[in-house]
Ligand binder design. Structure first.
Ligand code: ATP
Ligand code: MG
Length: 140
């Protein structure tokens, strides 16, 4: 497997409960290096652009509202098979279905307030990284 980069978000429900360090510890323990990271607060419109693929879903408005409800931490993770590995460490979207030891099993509050986002493929990883980071911010 090749070294990949993936995009990650620590969502408002988690920053609110001061879980950034605990989540980063799980990512690093899984072999994912945090090669870029910043704390920002999105507007609802910016969240809407990021989650545009879900525009037609019934939860879209609620999701954009939530993602703009507080600070988030955006990150670029690097490592062997990073995209799939991060999805594995995150756990299933619905915390009730997430495996033991995963971030969502341990920390998520609900299917909406589920603590983390992770890119689901190589193409989305590239687009999502470029939405939040310039090349100069990817320090390795
Ligand atoms: P993410 O894209 O945030 O990494 P995911 O890929 O596991 O999560 P998606 O299907 O892409 O799941 O959904 C994006 C996000 O929309 C979810 O993480 C969650 O916050 C929210 N969401 C998904 N399904 C629901 C739902 N039924 N009700 C409320 N919010 C939902
Ligand atoms: Mg997704």
């Amino acid at each position: 497997m090749a070294i990949q980069r993936t995009f990650s978000i620590i969502k408002p429900d988690a920053t609110k409960r001061s879980l950034t360090g605990a989540i980063n510890a799980k990512l690093e323990a899984a072999g994912l290096r945090i090669i870029a990271q910043k704390r920002i607060h999105l507007t609802k419109a910016q969240a809407g652009v990021f989650y545009e693929v879900h525009k037609e879903r019934p939860f879209y408005d609620e999701l954009c509202e939530f993602m703009a409800s507080g600070p988030i931490v955006v990150q670029v993770l690097e490592g062997e098979d990073a995209i799939a590995k991060n999805r594995e460490v995150m756990g299933a979207t619905n915390p009730e279905e997430a495996a033991e030891g995963t971030i969502r099993k341990e920390f998520a509050l609900s299917i909406g307030e589920n603590s983390v986002h992770g890119s689901d493929g190589e193409d989305t990883a590239k687009v999502e990284i470029a939405y939040f980071f310039s090349g100069l911010e990817l320090v390795g």
